[in-house]
Design a protein around this ligand. Structure first.
Ligand code: F6R
Length: 280
């Protein structure tokens, strides 16, 4: 299957694809029963191809709608996508000056100027180099007195912007999206979330000591995410393989928040071979 690398073009979406024993570049339409396509999965050779493909898709959406509202994720997975998009901006193939962005989450409590904050991460890794004006780049506040009012305000800002056109997601090893952690129930709107032990463990790679790793975050809720008109979930590496299998092929369960994406009408899951390992 042609990959989108050096220029933007319509991404081919075959009706069906043969899923071989070993993952190949291609599309996997997971179906349950007759002809019910629940989720579209694209498997790419490696992280670089995944990032290029993702950038092609995002670039295409921005060319169609220059003032698109993008939902953004932090963490390691989208870094390659962000680098590709920045390259496209520098080559003047796209302009991100009109987009409006809303990040999924921010640690709590944390000062936005702290080098550990997601605000800092986004500013340095994407917003500034991509030329996204600060007033158009939104992220939940990590240090506020009135958390409930601040969460409501975030929802209001998303609504006022017209809702999210394209939401980019990573996935936690436990199946979380945003910081909607597995549990008996999921929260619909932006809220203060307690991070699960697995998430705290995964995030510890970014901090000097275990004690420094945040235990809480402000996160968009599952309803906020599901209301996006289109969703693009990225996963790379074998550590995500089990979560991806559960999310894509497993039963719908609040214990695997990403499994609820099966209910979304327009979701694409982009994987490298290692993340797709358990789908065969
Ligand atoms: C980050 C976020 C999280 C991450 C997930 C994967 O804004 O919402 O859900 O996407 O924890 O993180 P990485 O990409 O670092 O493996």
């Amino acid at each position: 299957m042609p990959l989108c690398s050096n220029f933007i073009r319509e991404l081919p979406v075959p009706d069906a694809c043969v899923w071989r024993d070993s993952p190949i570049d291609g599309l996997l339409n997971i179906t349950r029963g007759e002809k019910v396509v629940l989720i579209r999965v694209v498997v790419l050779r490696d992280y670089r191809s995944l990032s290029e493909y993702a950038a092609g898709l995002v670039g295409q959406r921005i060319m169609r709608k220059p003032a698109a509202v993008l939902g953004l994720a932090s963490g390691s997975t989208p870094l390659g996508l962000y680098r590709e998009l920045i390259g496209m901006v520098k080559e003047k193939r796209i302009d991100l000056g009109q987009v409006v962005t809303f990040n999924l989450d921010e640690y709590y409590p944390i000062d936005r100027e702290s080098s550990q904050s997601y605000h800092y991460f986004m500013r340095h890794n994407f917003w500034e180099p991509a030329g996204i004006p600060p007033e158009r780049a939104h992220i939940p506040a990590g240090k506020v007195d009135d958390i409930a009012a601040s969460c409501l305000d975030y929802e209001r800002q998303i609504r006022r912007a017209g809702g999210i056109d394209l939401q980019i997601l990573g996935i936690g090893v436990n199946g979380h999206i945003g910081f909607n952690e597995p549990g008996d129930e999921l929260i619909r709107k932006t809220h203060l979330a307690a991070l699960s032990p697995e998430t705290i463990e995964s995030n510890s790679r970014f901090f000097e000591t275990a004690a420094d790793v945040p235990r809480m975050a402000i996160s968009m809720g599952m309803g906020t995410i599901m209301k996006a008109r289109e969703i693009l979930l990225l996963a790379s590496g074998s550590s995500k393989a089990a979560a991806i299998k559960e999310a894509v092929k497993g039963e719908l369960s609040t214990m695997v928040p990403a499994s609820l994406l099966q209910l979304h009408p327009r979701v694409t899951v982009l994987l490298d071979r290692e993340a797709a390992r358990d789908l065969g």
